[in-house]
Design a protein around this ligand. Sequence first.
Ligand SMILES: NC(=O)c1ccc[n+]([C@@H]2O[C@H](COP(=O)([O-])OP(=O)(O)OC[C@H]3O[C@@H](n4cnc5c(N)ncnc54)[C@H](O)[C@@H]3O)[C@@H](O)[C@H]2O)c1
Length: 250
Amino acid sequence: MADMFGLEGKAALITGAAQGIGYGIACALAGHGAKLALADINQDELERFFQQEPQFKDSAIKLRMDVSNATDVVNGVDRVMNEFGSLDILVNNAGIVKDALVMRMKEEDWDRVLDVNLKGAFLCARAAARAMIKSRWGRIINIASVVGQMGNPGQANYSAAKAGLIGLTKTLAKELAPRGITANAITPGYIETSMTARLEKNIKDEMLKIIPLKRFGSIEDIAFMVTVLASEQAGYITGQVIPVNGGMYM
Ligand SMILES: NC(=O)c1ccc[n+]([C@@H]2O[C@H](COP(=O)([O-])OP(=O)(O)OC[C@H]3O[C@@H](n4cnc5c(N)ncnc54)[C@H](O)[C@@H]3O)[C@@H](O)[C@H]2O)c1
């Protein structure tokens, strides 16, 4: 039976794929028959992924990529084009946090978070769009964050980058629509991954109080929305910001 999302044989590049949400997205898209290029700065973790998920061993491409480095990104996309012949889906998922209150935030921590979370998405989208234009079909999905919409003390760099990512998404949507390429952003709320595991219990308890659904999100909650937005049927959805946050911000 053909895959209900029309993802069979589509080539997907996922950044920050070695763990957490990126890993979950990779498993979901592979489950629907997509061919995967998995990019991450952390090669050891990516290698572990391949050991744990043997079904990817022969079919997926492993890319050592720092998304903030234009050469890494162009080389990665070139490899996808050489090996798969097309690039259909880009998921800009790589992201980092370097939290501090504004008055204590180091300039280098501001710069690095903006470089990875925002410039990285621009570099990947630019390279991917050039490839997608050839087949006049594409899906760009940016993993932003609820804090890009509502702000968060201690995360000026991160929330600015994620808000910027929303602006980038809308512009990509307008520029690329005539080429058959959609661009959308997902804004996860609090998702249980290593990024959030390090938060103290009292902060987690406070957060639960403002989540109407009274639970933290799962990796699968995000992977599902990526699958939907990547699908053939989502071709009339572009420039949108889709919250997956348990209702914590409406
Ligand atoms: N966990 C949450 O609650 C949450 C909420 C909202 C948004 N997000 C966003 O979801 C995405 C994934 O988050 P996660 O929780 O899975 O994080 P994570 O830290 O578990 O995984 C992030 C991955 O990105 C990779 N990475 C970091 N810098 C990179 C770079 N320069 N180039 C390539 N890869 C790089 C890391 O090695 C890691 O594998 C991020 O963009 C994050 O901002 C997460």
